[in-house]
Ligand binder design. Structure first.
Ligand SMILES: NC(=O)C1=CN([C@@H]2O[C@H](COP(=O)(O)OP(=O)(O)OC[C@H]3O[C@@H](n4cnc5c(N)ncnc54)[C@H](O)[C@@H]3O)[C@@H](O)[C@H]2O)C=CC1
Ligand SMILES: O=C(O)C(=O)Cc1ccc(O)cc1
Length: 302
């Protein structure tokens, strides 16, 4: 009697360009679950990151040159800051094999897709499946990653019109193997949703920490002494990486500015209610905030 042949992995060779928090988390999960890819390859512009990924042993091979890294890959995922995705696509696409899948994990989509499309113009054989795991932390780099990062989190896919369904199905299967739930939407819708749920909150956190820091002398030291209040929750996300967030703000400019305008109008309405002692408006606003938090807890996303 012959032993049953184990089913082939989802990808033969999976390449991660930029194995920082997100890229190294994908590698860690795929390293644990070899049904995802037979071979894992990593490449990073930073020689220190390449050396660290080798030490961690989370990739089978590390290549300094991204064009060398992607040779014969079935799937290449760009995990670099959004401002670099277009340029990295231009470096790797010409070296990719016929029929391979290109993906990326950037936090913004419209400008990322616009930036990648020129590299794909002469390679209609390559399917492009942009993805965005709605999971992360305020930490960066290969040491910050962990295999369960995407567990029970949403991953948003924004395949451009005409993307082969088979490629979308394979990227869906990849994120499901990471433990994520999938939602597919247009890039425009993605950018508006993420502007309100992620980009504006980060902008507010950076701003409030800056405002507190600008307060002179004694007050500032008290802000830091008594930070075990609402302020502390802002400081966690305000600790996020400056390059990554500069790129997100500049690449989702329109949607972010629209949400900021709406927020400022609502903040002005709250200021007016406080000035005028309008307790109905104040209580109503707080009650709606509590309800949102309760829903997140019920959906296990808190
Ligand atoms: N940090 C988070 O919580 C989340 C981040 N994202 C997105 O994922 C992407 C990666 O973010 P993180 O993993 O947090 O960043 P990270 O800073 O931890 O890792 C990014 C890596 O890309 C490398 N890199 C930068 N430019 C490069 C280039 N031109 N060629 C090759 N490598 C290059 C860096 O050296 C670094 O190792 C970003 O686009 C970000 O918007 C998506 C979801 C969550
Ligand atoms: O650490 C947090 O609270 C985050 O919000 C992480 C995060 C950062 C960027 C994304 O595009 C998605 C998730």
């Amino acid at each position: 009697m012959t032993a049953p042949t184990p089913s082939a992995p989802l990808f033969d060779r999976l390449v991660i360009i930029g194995p920082g928090l997100i890229g190294s988390s994908i590698l860690r999960r795929a390293h644990e679950n070899r049904a995802i890819a037979r071979e894992l390859v990593a490449s990073d512009i930073d020689a220190g990151v390449c050396a660290r990924v080798r030490e961690l042993g989370i990739a089978d091979r590390v290549e300094a040159d991204p064009a060398r890294a992607v040779v014969d890959a079935d799937c290449v995922i760009l995990c670099v800051p959004v401002g670099a995705i277009g340029a990295v696509a231009a470096q790797v696409v010409p070296a990719m094999k016929h029929g391979a899948i290109l993906s990326e994990v950037g936090s913004t989509k419209v400008s990322v897709i616009t930036g990648v499309l020129p590299a794909l113009a002469s390679r209609p054989d390559i399917a492009f499946v942009p993805s965005h795991p709605m999971a992360g932390t305020e930490y960066s780099g290969p040491d910050a990653g962990f295999p369960s990062l995407f567990e029970n989190r949403w991953c948003l896919l924004t395949p451009p019109e005409g993307t082969p369904p088979d490629a979308v199905a394979r990227i869906t299967a990849l994120w499901q193997a990471m433990g994520a739930h999938i939602r597919t939407m247009t890039a425009e819708h993605h950018d508006r949703v993420c502007a309100i749920v992620s980009h504006l909150p980060h902008l507010l956190a950076f701003t409030i920490c800056g405002t507190a820091d600008d307060l002179a002398g004694e007050t500032r030291s008290e802000v830091l002494d008594f930070a075990a209040s609402g302020f502390r929750d802002f400081t966690r996300i305000a600790a996020s990486d400056p390059t990554m967030w500069r790129d997100i703000f500049l690449n989702n400019r329109e949607a972010l500015l629209e949400m900021l305008d709406r927020f400022m109008a609502d903040a002005h309405a709250m200021a007016k209610a406080i000035r005028e002692g309008d307790d109905t408006v104040i209580v109503n606003r707080i009650t709606r905030g509590r309800a949102i938090r309760r829903t997140l807890i019920e959906n296990r996303q808190a």
